[in-house]
Every structure is written in structure tokens, then in C-alpha cells.
Write a protein that binds this ligand. Structure first.
Ligand SMILES: Cc1cc2nc3c(=O)[nH]c(=O)nc-3n(C[C@H](O)[C@H](O)[C@H](O)COP(=O)(O)OP(=O)(O)OC[C@H]3O[C@@H](n4cnc5c(N)ncnc54)[C@H](O)[C@@H]3O)c2cc1C
Length: 418
């Protein structure tokens, strides 16, 4: 039997390694267009590779996937974050769980993760690594496949598409897998960017470039007047907003129209304090304790000073006003800005900086217990090419490992029984 794996990223490397570990009696070709394997894996997590998450609660884990969570249940049960950790550690890649539950190699070197796969695959007689070989076309006839690359034409009995999405294109993931899946009869859903920053209209945010709010809340309306909130660290930049809470926002807005002509309005609550009254109580207490101080300095005990300066401009209150002289209506203006939040207008996504692609191969056409195509029994799919995407925190690699593992295990079973 001849098996082709198209794409040597997270999912493809896991499929190939699983086939090796399961001692599958087949010739395995791994095609990777780059001259190295796992280019995106190596740079992920800022070069440290956030391999998975320390979250163990299944419901919480599934809530981190914006699309595909239900589909992922069997894969995440069969190869959970804990299993992923055990797997890497049993292969001499020691890991650590950080305070926010992100899991990294102890070395903080993403390359260590990729090198493990090189070790597994290079020591196998069964795997042929075809790096620097780009698959140009896949066609299928009578459940057999022909693959044309930039070097040669091949015939295969079984194909696994693990070519990733189309985010961070310079890493090789240029969306080719969608064309291959389509050529095999699959439907591709709408595609959109996810886990990206936003350019915004408000100049005051840009003036605060470099300032971060460790626990901000963003409130927005999703389709059909559905109010949604996301919470976490936010970073002001020279173009707008970024950081984990903004990436979470972008995941929800992956398919929303956002432009200068059609800006998306959101609200920023900088301390994620729910109610106007709670802010008011805090502000009142601060004022009564610091009555002789300028209001700028008083409020700077609650919020970053540079932000308070902008807040006071928005509230039309002189920053050097004595705290004791701030009127009730002025206090109301401040608290009304903070809760529910200050309105911001998103005017565009930061082009090309999204981490993942939302959308992909239609999940209804893939068996989630095996990763086998429902349209062709000799075709498997795994990783970001599927209509699955998660938030930041190790969830996207986790789904790539888990779907890759499940595909590998089931291909091994299939080959054994044939
Ligand atoms: C900057 C950045 C940081 C990230 N950090 C994290 C993180 O820390 N944790 C996390 O969980 N997720 C992270 N992600 C997301 C995560 O890296 C991806 O979701 C994951 O790598 C997807 O795995 P995959 O195998 O499906 O696709 P990829 O890893 O993208 O692999 C696909 C492979 O297929 C190859 N390929 C494509 N087309 C062809 C072709 N025609 N012929 C041959 N080869 C082809 C590509 O070159 C590529 O190597 C990050 C993403 C980015 C861009």
C-alpha cells in the first residue's frame, strides 16, 4: 500500500509519526513544499510553541473552539491535551504548564518539537520525506489517487490532506488543501481570518500605543442582535488594538464585514467591571480619599495615567480639577464611559497577521470518529484544513495533533484489516 500525506505541519507530522508508531505496513510519502518540516510549528507561540493547554475540563476545553467543537469531541477524547503532553514527554520533550495554562517545551524552543518529529520519521524505513516538493494537483478515480508535484507524478492508494489553512502564507500554508479536497468532491465553507488584530478609528487609542489592560472586556453585537462579551488582556498599538482578548473578538467576527465604510462598533470596558454602580462606588471612594488631589492623579490609582488623561478629555473634565470639585454629573460622565464601555470603531483587520483560518472542509463530509472522508474511504483529512478553529492558548495545535493522531490510528486499522 502507498500512502501520501500532503503537508508536513502539525497534523501531517502527527499522522506520519502515528503510522510509524503503529508499524503500518505501507510506503509512506510525506510531501512538504518547504525545505524543512513544521515551519509554522517552530515559529508558533512566539518561537516557543504553545503545544497544548493545561485545561482538563472537557466542557471548558470545547468552549475554546469557535467552530468545530462538537466535531472535535472524539478526537479530543482519544488524544486529549493530557495525552498530548504525555506523548511529547515520553518522547523526551519535557513540557511545562505556565500560569495561564499554556503548555510549552521546558526549553522554550519551538524547534525542539519539530526535531522530535524528524527523529521519529528519519529513523523509520517506511517514511520517505519529500521536502521541497509541492503538490500541484490531486485527482481521484475509483478510490485511487494521482498526485502531481513540481517534480513528478505518483499513484497512491490512500491520501491524507494535512495542508493547513491559508494564514501566515509565507510558512507554506497557502490554502492548497482546499483545492485538493474540492478536487476529491468536498465542499469548502466560507473562509475568513481569525486570531488577528484590528485597526480602529479612534486616535486616542493609538496615542496609548504600548499600554496594556491586563483584564479588559470587549462587548459587541454578533448577528441578529446577539450581544457577546470577551475578556482578557488587551494591548493598544500604533494602529489600534491587539492581544488575547482582541484575538478572541476576531474569532467571533471572522465572517463579519469590517471596513472604513462599514465599521464594526464595539465597547471597551477597561477593567471588566460589570456595572456603572460598581465603577461609581470606586470613583466616589477614591475622590473622598484624595479630595485635595487633581482628578487625574486620583483616577490614576484605578487606571493607567495615560488612559485617564484621554478619559478626562472624553468626559470633558479638566485634568487638573481638584477631585473634591468634581460634580456628580461629571462623575456620571466618567462612569458612563467606563461601563458598559467606551465605544470603538473597528475599521479593518490587520492584513496578513491572522494566526488561523476560520472555515475549511465541510465537517459533515468527514467522519469525526476516524477523520475519514465520507465521500472517499481512502481519503483522510486532519488539521486546520478542516472547518475547525480555536482561540489562542494551544487549542489550534491541540486540534491538529488530535485529528492527526485519530487519522493515523484509523489508517493503521484500515491497512491492517485489508
Ligand atoms: C504565528 C503563529 C503562531 C501560532 N501559535 C500557535 C500556538 O502557539 N499554539 C497553537 O495551538 N496554535 C498556534 N498557531 C496556529 C497553529 O500553528 C496552526 O493551527 C497549526 O499549525 C495547524 O496545523 P496544520 O498541520 O493543520 O497546518 P500547518 O502547520 O500550517 O501545516 C501545513 C503544511 O502543509 C504544507 N503545504 C501546504 N500546501 C502544500 C502543498 N501544495 N504541497 C506540499 N506541502 C504543502 C505547508 O507548507 C505546511 O508546512 C499559530 C499560528 C501562527 C501563524
Amino acid at each position: 500500500m502507498k500512502i501520501a500525506i500532503i503537508g508536513g505541519g502539525a497534523a501531517g507530522l502527527m499522522v506520519a509519526s502515528t503510522l510509524v508508531e503503529e508499524k503500518v505496513n505501507a510506503e509512506i510519502y510525506l510531501f512538504e513544499k518547504n525545505d524543512v518540516l513544521g515551519k509554522k510549528v517552530a515559529i508558533s507561540g512566539g518561537g516557543r510553541c504553545n503545544v497544548t493547554t493545561g485545561i482538563t475540563d472537557k466542557k471548558e476545553l470545547l468552549s475554546k473552539y469557535i467552530r468545530g467543537s462538537k466535531f472535535l469531541i472524539p478526537a479530543l477524547s482519544a488524544f486529549s491535551p493530557k495525552d498530548v503532553m504525555d506523548w511529547f514527554q515520553s518522547h523526551q520533550v519535557p513540557l511545562k504548564i505556565e500560569q495561564d495554562l499554556r503548555v510549552f517545551p521546558k526549553s522554550d524552543i519551538g524547534e525542539d518539537v519539530v526535531n522530535l518529529f524528524y527523529k521519529i520519521l528519519r529513523t523509520s524505513q517506511r517514511v520517505q520525506l519529500h521536502t521541497s516538493e509541492t503538490v500541484k494537483a490531486v485527482s481521484s478515480f475509483d478510490n485511487k489517487f494521482t498526485i502531481v508535484t513540481n517534480k513528478k507524478e505518483y499513484d497512491f492508494d490512500l491520501v491524507v490532506i494535512t495542508s493547513g489553512g491559508n494564514a501566515y502564507k509565507h510558512t507554506g500554508s497557502t490554502g492548497d488543501g482546499y483545492d485538493f479536497a474540492k478536487a476529491c468532491g468536498h465542499t469548502i465553507t466560507n473562509l475568513g481570518p481569525s486570531l488577528n488584530s484590528f485597526e480602529i478609528k479612534e486616535e486616542w487609542v493609538k496615542r496609548l500605543s504600548g499600554l496594556s489592560f491586563p483584564d479588559a472586556k470587549l462587548i459587541f453585537i454578533l448577528d441578529k442582535d446577539k450581544k457577546k462579551e470577551v475578556q482578557g488582556p488587551l494591548l493598544c498599538t500604533h494602529f489600534g488594538i491587539s492581544g488575547p482578548v482582541v484575538f478572541a473578538l476576531s474569532a467571533h467576527l471572522a465572517f463579519s464585514t469590517i471596513s472604513k465604510l462599514s465599521p464594526k462598533k464595539i465597547k471597551l470596558n477597561p477593567l471588566a467591571i460589570e456595572h456603572f454602580d460598581s465603577y461609581d462606588k470606586k470613583v466616589m471612594a477614591l475622590i473622598s480619599n484624595n479630595s485635595a488631589k487633581q482628578i487625574l492623579n486620583t483616577l490614576s490609582e484605578l487606571l493607567p495615567k495615560s488612559f485617564v488623561e484621554e478619559l478626562l478629555i472624553m468626559a470633558n473634565i479638566p485634568k487638573d480639577k481638584k477631585s473634591a470639585e468634581v460634580s456628580k454629573s461629571e462623575r456620571n460622565r466618567i462612569c458612563n464611559l467606563l461601563s458598559p464601555g467606551i465605544e470603538l470603531a473597528l475599521i479593518s483587520r490587520r492584513k496578513g497577521d491572522e494566526f488561523v483560518t476560520a472555515g475549511g472542509v465541510e465537517l459533515a463530509e468527514v467522519n469525526n470518529k476516524t477523520m475519514q472522508s465520507k465521500l472517499n474511504p481512502n481519503l483522510y483529512l486532519a488539521g486546520e484544513v478542516l472547518d475547525i478553529d480555536g482561540l489562542t492558548g494551544g487549542f489550534n495545535l491541540q486540534s491538529a495533533w488530535a485529528t492527526g493522531r485519530l487519522a493515523g490510528i484509523n489508517i493503521a486499522k484500515m491497512v491492517r484489516y485489508n
